[in-house]
Unconditional design. Structure first.
Ligand SMILES: *[C@@H]1O[C@H](CO)[C@@H](O)[C@H](O)[C@H]1NC(C)=O
Ligand SMILES: *[C@@H]1O[C@H](CO)[C@@H](O)[C@H](O)[C@H]1NC(C)=O
Length: 364
């Protein structure tokens, strides 16, 4: 009797021990591929940084976030953004916090600095109201670095830590849409030819990216601009036949060609760093071209709102959000974001990433 009890006790204990080992293994397996993920960009990935700003470019109300676990947060989508999904692919269990609300040790995991209407140039997006340009996002990042130095002991430790993180910068769309291509509010198209303007953008972007490098960033993924001529906004306002505006698409592609040519330059002038360029154009464009094959029914109109401006609180939304490529006037539905993010994270064609993709950048 006593012996059986003893055996039972040991059996229970070894089962518990095994369970603890399994749990530990699960926790280890759940560690993200990189310890931290810092995100810079515009409304495509803003996750709430504009909520307290004086601007029309903020969306912390329903139906935005209708499919998001936390409801409306300021994300310009019905659900997750491309940045949320890439964080998931990298193995992060929690969402990366917006700079506006990130506190304490959360900042060790990463921060999202993206701001709707923001761009490489400081005046970009001005007509929407307050926004955080890339310069402003970098000032905020500088504050984070000071906080990291306080947590980790000193600036050297912070810099060493940042070398292990992935930096993700998706800027430039607004420098066209809400600057060069918007001749009503901006005079850049009268001051510069398109090639001149693109050279200026690349030059400014380069000196801005140096701030990241100087603080220790070594793994940097840049994302190119998207097919701006095909978003519902452009089609609603400029297209007479419902087709994409080719001039806007060409401007975006010219920028991407220049940015790609500069990746080698970045890797030379920023020694020890690995910059990559992820194609921000074709993963969306391919969906637009073959939208039915991808399971969509509508590619050129917003699911919510009038396509020409943001979706407002009482706007009627489409009955089935996964049938639309675009959620609102300029931002893809979660259904489309899932397809795009998968390809942004892990290339499906050689042209998807140069010289290689984010999944490989994470393993360096
Ligand atoms: C951020 O910090 C770097 C390095 O300390 C400095 O060169 C840069 O001017 C700062 N940028 C801003 C926007 O404060
Ligand atoms: C919504 O659309 C998707 C894609 O066409 C389809 O698979 C799904 O069944 C639809 N859902 C409803 C509720 O109609």
């Amino acid at each position: 009797m006593a012996k059986t009890k003893e055996v039972e006790k040991w059996t229970v204990m070894s089962v518990v021990a095994a369970a603890v080992i399994i749990l530990k293994a699960a926790t280890v397996a759940a560690e993200p591929q990189v310890p931290c993920f810092y995100i810079f960009g515009d409304s495509l990935i803003d996750n709430g940084n504009n909520n307290d700003k004086l601007t029309i470019a903020k969306v912390n109300f329903l139906p935005y976030g209708i499919d998001f676990p936390l409801g409306p947060t300021g994300r310009f989508s019905n659900g997750k953004t491309i940045a949320d999904l890439i964080a998931e692919f990298l193995g992060f269990e929690d969402f990366i916090q917006p700079y506006a609300t990130a506190r304490g040790n959360q900042i060790l995991r990463g921060i999202n600095y993206a701001s709707a209407a923001g761009g490489i140039r400081p005046e970009t997006g001005r007509h929407w109201g307050e926004r955080i340009s890339f310069d402003g996002q970098l000032r905020n990042f500088n504050n984070t670095v000071a906080q990291l130095a306080a947590i980790l002991g000193n600036e050297g430790a912070a810099s060493h830590y940042l070398g292990k993180c992935i930096f993700f910068s998706a800027l430039g769309n607004n420098d066209f849409l809400n600057n060069y291509l918007n001749t009503k509010f901006y005079d850049t198209s009268r001051r510069y030819t398109l090639p001149q303007y693109i050279s200026l953008l690349i030059k400014q972007y380069t000196s801005q990216l140096k701030v990241l490098y100087d603080h220790g960033a070594r793994k940097v993924a840049l994302v190119g601009t998207s097919p701006l001529g095909c978003i519902p906004f452009t089609i609603a306002l400029r297209s007479k036949d419902g087709k994409c505006i080719e001039g806007s698409n060409r401007a975006s592609q010219m920028f991407n060609v220049q940015l790609r040519a500069n990746v080698d330059v970045f890797n030379r002038i920023f020694p020890g760093a690995q910059f990559i360029l992820v194609d921000g154009y074709n993963p969306i464009n391919d969906i637009l071209i073959n939208y039915e094959a991808y399971g969509f029914k509508v590619k050129d109109k917003a699911c919510c709102g009038r396509s020409s401006t943001i979706c407002f609180p009482n706007d009627v939304k489409c009955p089935n959000r996964s049938e639309y490529v675009y959620w609102d006037f300029a931002h893809p539905t979660e259904a489309a974001c899932k397809l795009i993010a998968r390809r942004v994270y892990a290339a499906q064609k050689p042209s998807d990433a140069y010289p290689f993709d984010i999944s490989r950048l994470a393993r360096l």
